[in-house]
Each structure stands twice: as structure tokens, then as C-alpha cells.
Write a protein that binds this ligand. Structure first.
Ligand code: SAM
Ligand code: SF4
Length: 334
């Protein structure tokens, strides 16, 4: 099958798929408290998700990340992971992974490992019970810690993703880093992105620049920037005294677009070829119109990749929400 190369000669090898817009948490930077979710018929079925991901894999995608919403609250989702594991076994896919809030991991970690998942990203912004309840609105820290325990016990490599939030977890920087180091987990901080209407929360109040976070680390450590890149927005630094490596995702302040190797699919089958642009194409229509023929679907995928823009326009620098995105992160998948 012809591989996916965009107009700027970037090979598309990484697919992120949102399998649901629903979630058992209501993180204040991600959702409003009263979310209206999509009716079930709008969502791709598990079979449609399988066909879609398999079409991408046949076109050269080597890494598949399942996200949401909370992917592990999607009914029957383990059937999908089990089914995707055939691509790992056949050597067509290098990695099957997921981003999760960790709430269901105590239940699913062993099954995920059995399906061939080796690494998992778990979102966690604070180690304080009360603050965790505040930021997730509906979540409980002990449940997530149990999920992390289960993931590690199942042999999954854990990366903690922490959204850097001004006045919220600034004072936990060193505690979080030490906790991750102690448990041999990777740690990445993410800057808040202007995605979706989140009710009364003020994003500029939430925004904590990772340049500032880096300076804080320098108060206690010798910080070295590492050259390695993942093809995405993450860059890495090392704390020389401890050897710990920390990831920073700064989509607004750093330009990573030239090495972008990824596209995203929403739970309704729309493909977004750039996280920071509204441009999208519908893949659900060709999927549903031709249940037994992947040719129109593959043509639609290639056409969408042909429209992948060069880069994005997020900009907080003028203290206004330049490049504000109307869609929620939980819709596109983080
Ligand atoms: N529910 C799963 C979770 O929380 O890991 C997967 C989906 S969630 C949308 C993916 C990631 O996006 C999480 O790490 C979350 O913290 C992050 N996220 C959500 N809204 C964000 C925003 N406005 N800015 C930056 N990161 C955000
Ligand atoms: Fe749910 Fe993840 Fe969004 Fe939090 S960040 S509300 S856990 S989808």
C-alpha cells in the first residue's frame, strides 16, 4: 500500500485515535462540568475503529495511541485492543499504546499488557488528595494510584503527564519529580493549550510557562537540554545530579511542526492533520458508505494527508488567546 507522505515531505507514521468523547473525570482545563456528549450513533463502532486503524497501518503507520475522552471507559474497548494486537504480532505495528487518566487501570492493566501494550501515559497533576479532587472535579487520587500500581505490576512502562498549572502545582514540582524518579516513571510537563469551552475557568490564569518551570528546576539542579526528539512537541532535559530525564511539551512557545509525523482521528471519524488548526476531513462517510471496500477510505485518507498544513498558530504572547480552538481536547484526543 502506498505510504502517507504529506505536502512537506513528512512521513505520517503515528496515529492518535480518540475512541470516546466521554470521561469519568471533568478536569477543569479540559471540560466544563456539564458536558453534552455525542449520541452513540455518531461514534465510530469498535469494528469501524478497527477498519480505520488497520487502513492507516497498511499505509505505513507504525505507532498507534488510543486516547479520548477516557479511552478505558469506552464499552468493549479491550476487544479493540485485543484485535489491534494482531498488527503487533505480524510486525506491521511497532507500538500500541494509550493515554489514560488511570482510573480504570487497576481493572485493565493486565489485559492491556496481554494485548501487547508496553507503555502507558497516565495523566496526573497533583499528589494531594484534595487538590486532585479539585482539578479533576470527579476523580479520586487513590483510585489513580492503584491504577498506576497495577500498570507497573503488569510490567507496563509508565509515563506521567502533568499539566503545568500556575498557582496549582508549581509548589509540587520537586515532589512530583522525586516521586516519579523513585517509582522509575518518566515525567512530562504539558503547557495548557487553548482547547474548547471550559466554562468559567480562565486559561491565562492557568497558564504556567515551562520556561519558568525550567528555571525553577535550575534553582536546585544542573539542567542539560537533550537533543533527542520524538517527532512531536516534546523536548527533554536531564537533571544532572539525579540523572532524571524530564519531558516538556510546549506547543505554543516552541516550533516543532517541521518534524511532525502524526495525525489525529476523533471519535466520530474526523481526521485532524494538525492539533493547532481547524482543518479536518471526514473519514466516517467513506467507512460507512463502503463497508466491504477499503479503497474509498484509503483515497479519503490520502486526500486528507495531502492537506496537512505546515504548522499551527497558537500564541499566548499577546496575552490573548490567539489561535483559540473551538474543539475540546477530549474530542480530538490529547
Ligand atoms: N483522559 C485521558 C487522560 O486524561 O490522560 C486521555 C485524554 S486527555 C484529553 C489527554 C491529555 O490531554 C491529558 O494528559 C490531559 O491532561 C491533557 N489536556 C487536556 N486538556 C488540555 C489542555 N487544555 N491543555 C493541555 N493539556 C490538556
Ligand atoms: Fe477526562 Fe482526560 Fe479530559 Fe481529564 S484530561 S477530563 S481525564 S479526558
Amino acid at each position: 500500500m502506498e505510504h502517507l507522505i504529506d505536502p512537506f515531505q513528512r512521513a505520517i507514521t503515528y496515529l492518535r485515535v480518540s475512541v470516546t468523547d466521554r470521561c469519568d473525570f471533568r478536569c477543569v482545563y479540559c471540560m466544563s462540568e456539564n458536558m453534552t456528549f455525542l449520541p452513540k450513533k455518531e461514534l465510530l463502532t469498535l469494528e469501524e475503529l478497527d477498519r480505520l486503524c488497520s487502513a492507516f497501518i497498511s499505509s505505513g503507520v507504525r505507532k498507534l495511541r488510543i486516547t479520548g475522552g477516557e479511552p478505558l471507559v469506552r464499552k468493549g474497548i479491550m476487544t479493540f485492543f485485543d484485535s489491534m494486537s494482531r498488527h503487533l504480532a505480524a510486525g506491521r505495528l511497532d507500538e500500541l499504546t494509550l493515554t489514560t487518566n488511570g482510573s480504570q487501570l487497576a481493572k485493565y492493566a493486565d489485559d492491556l499488557a496481554a494485548a501487547g501494550v508496553r507503555r502507558v501515559n497516565i495523566s496526573l497533576d497533583t499528589l494531594d488528595d484534595a487538590k486532585f479532587a479539585e482539578i479533576t472535579r470527579w476523580g479520586r487520587l487513590d483510585q489513580v494510584i492503584k491504577g498506576i500500581d497495577a500498570a507497573q505490576k503488569a510490567g507496563l512502562r509508565v509515563k506521567i503527564n502533568t499539566v503545568a498549572l500556575k498557582g496549582f502545582n508549581e509548589n509540587e514540582l520537586f515532589t512530583l519529580a522525586a516521586w516519579c524518579a523513585e517509582r522509575d516513571m518518566d515525567l512530562t510537563f504539558i503547557e495548557v493549550m487553548p482547547m474548547g469551552d471550559i466554562g468559567n475557568e480562565n486559561r491565562l490564569m492557568q497558564y504556567w510557562s515551562l520556561n519558568d518551570l525550567r528555571s525553577r528546576l535550575e534553582e536546585r539542579f544542573t539542567v542539560t537540554d537533550l537533543v533527542e526528539r520524538s517527532g512531536g512537541p516534546a523536548r527533554y532535559l536531564r537533571l544532572e545530579e539525579s540523572g532524571q530525564k524530564i519531558g516538556l511539551i510546549t506547543p505554543m512557545t516552541h516550533n516543532f511542526c517541521e518534524s511532525c509525523n502524526r495525525v489525529r482521528i476523533t471519535c466520530t471519524g474526523e481526521i485532524y492533520t494538525c492539533l493547532g488548526q481547524e482543518g479536518k476531513s471526514d473519514l466516517r462517510a467513506p467507512l460507512r458508505a463502503h463497508p466491504d471496500d477499503d479503497v474509498p477510505l484509503l483515497a479519503a485518507i490520502h486526500a486528507a494527508i495531502g492537506l496537512k498544513p505546515k504548522g499551527h498558530d497558537f500564541d499566548y504572547s499577546r496575552q490573548e488567546l490567539g489561535g483559540q480552538m473551538s474543539r475540546h481536547m477530549s474530542h480530538t484526543g490529547g
